[in-house]
Design a protein. Structure first.
Length: 284
């Protein structure tokens, strides 16, 4: 390397080093002297409004880190969670929202934080034929939101989602129950249908669950439980085609729906009044 080239190389290296030092110094200066919290919040909010959710989340977190005691910092935590949720980063959204509910449980934004957690889980729910652990988490969070903040703007959404989550869980139990029933594993099938009959009574699947309980108990020769399942079905859903099937199944064995007040099913649904008697043709 000639002397002139060496001089140029040293000069370029020095310039690069100085530039890096200047940049590093600028970053350090900014870290030591951050923008005012109001300005940081405005910039983060502007990023949210323009759909730059990742940028907004980072700015809200910067605000919380740089000014933890500023009035804007508290809301910045929940807004970071919301920005992450809008960006599709559900784990980060849940983590930020949980941090908020832990630090500020009694504030007006706590309902929003719980709504974000519930929404993140709800969005990741699987169909009935797949693992339901996320659905159970969603249901748990939705019920917390509904019970703690019944008058919040999120309560109606929570109620609708609770119905959907319960319907999904009931459908999943029914799928597994049918699987066992088809393979004559009646005890395992009963356990699944029992869950629907006791925990998801308001879903559309409960009628079939009661009929399948009638069918399973009949197959095991446990007549009183079969009759009780049909009685519960007939009392609550007298026009259901599933009741017609249950009635016909009992009639084929010379039996009719009849409540056994000692049955777990009777206790779960409370005592039933006497059912109307049908002809052998079954319910009309």
């Amino acid at each position: 390397m000639t002397g002139r080239v060496r001089v140029w190389a040293i000069a370029l290296l020095s310039a690069a080093t100085l530039s890096a030092c200047a940049s590093s110094g600028s970053d350090l200066s900014k870290a030591l002297n951050p923008d005012p919290p109001g300005k940081m919040y405005t910039e983060a909010d502007a990023a949210m409004s323009s759909g730059k959710f990742n940028k907004a989340a980072a700015k809200f977190e910067d605000l919380d880190r740089d000014h933890p005691y500023a009035p804007e910092a508290r809301r910045a935590v929940v807004m970071a969670a919301y920005a992450y949720y809008k960006a599709g980063k559900n784990p980060e959204a849940i983590a930020s929202a949980r941090r908020y509910t832990t630090m500020h449980p009694g504030t007006k934004e706590a309902a929003l934080a719980h709504h974000i957690i519930a929404s993140a889980y709800f969005d990741e729910m699987n169909g009935p034929n797949r693992d339901q652990s996320t659905t159970r988490k969603a249901l748990q969070e939705l019920e917390i939101l509904q019970s703690r903040y019944p008058d919040s703007e999120y309560a109606e959404v929570a109620a609708n989602r609770i119905r959907l989550a319960k319907d999904t869980l009931a459908a999943s139990e029914m799928e597994v129950g049918r699987y066992y029933l088809e393979r004559h594993n009646y005890v395992a099938a009963i356990n699944r249908f029992k869950t629907v009959a006791t925990e998801y009574q308001t879903t559309a699947h409960v009628e079939e669950a009661l009929m399948r309980l009638t069918e399973s108990y009949m197959a095991l020769g446990i007549v009183n439980e079969a009759q009780t399942a049909a009685a519960v079905l007939g009392h609550n859903f007298p026009n259901s085609p599933w009741y017609k099937d249950a009635y016909t199944l009992l009639a084929s064995g010379g039996l009719a729906p009849r409540e056994d007040t000692g049955s777990w099913l009777s206790k779960a649904w409370k005592s039933l009044p006497s059912l109307p008697k049908f002809s052998l043709g079954g319910p009309g």
